[in-house]
Design a protein around this ligand. Structure first.
Ligand code: PNS
Length: 174
């Protein structure tokens, strides 16, 4: 019997309900799923430190026996070899994600032809949710209730606005 280990890599700054939706789906089809947090993203400075993101993700994956959180650096394909993973899980929300994801998947395949990238679609409710937009909205006082886990919402609110209070416009969004 094959035991398939998959990696779900990302920066998760912060984790959203879209990420969580994918973790839930991935946990059903892979024997083991490693949520792999990139140590040094080349993008902008993250809002949450690596240990803060790890702690949030660990809380979120607790219900899933076959999911764990790890931190990785360097090439994803090298990390996949180290942990014996045969698949990379990535989410595609809309056609706009496709180009970047295709490029990464083909580059990773070039680097290691034995590693497959598996794309899954999050529930359509989350198809417009991104970590970047969530941060922008909270910073400007809007509500992201229902789009990110509550524990993340509280911490993001505190981090960006220095308060644990929910956003003022929560009631405006159903
Ligand atoms: O959540 P993100 O920022 O879309 O995740 C991007 C991530 C972490 C999957 C990507 O940047 C990555 O794999 N980085 C590790 C370095 C690497 O292997 N780069 C070559 C990718 S083809």
């Amino acid at each position: 019997m094959k035991h398939v280990i998959a990696i779900y890599p990302g920066t998760f700054d912060p984790p959203t309900n879209g990420h969580l939706d994918l973790i839930q789906r991935g946990s059903k089809i892979f024997d083991e799923l490693i949520v792999a947090l990139l140590r040094n993203p080349e993008k902008e400075e993250p809002v949450f430190s690596l240990s803060e993101r790890r702690a949030m993700l660990e809380d979120l994956v607790r219900p899933y026996d076959n999911v764990r959180v790890e931190i990785f650096g360097g090439l994803l394909v090298d990390y996949a070899m180290q942990v014996g993973a045969r698949a990379i899980l990535r989410g595609i929300r809309a056609i706009s994600d496709y180009e970047y994801e295709l490029q990464m998947a083909l580059m990773n395949r070039k680097l290691n032809p034995d590693l497959e990238t598996v794309f899954m679609m999050p529930a359509e409710t989350y198809s417009y949710v991104s970590s970047r937009l969530v941060k922008e909205i909270v910073q400007l006082g809007g509500s992201v209730h229902g789009l990110i886990p509550e524990l993340v919402e509280e911490r993001l609110q505190k981090k960006l606005n220095g308060t644990r209070r929910p956003a003022l416009r929560r009631a405006a969004i159903k």
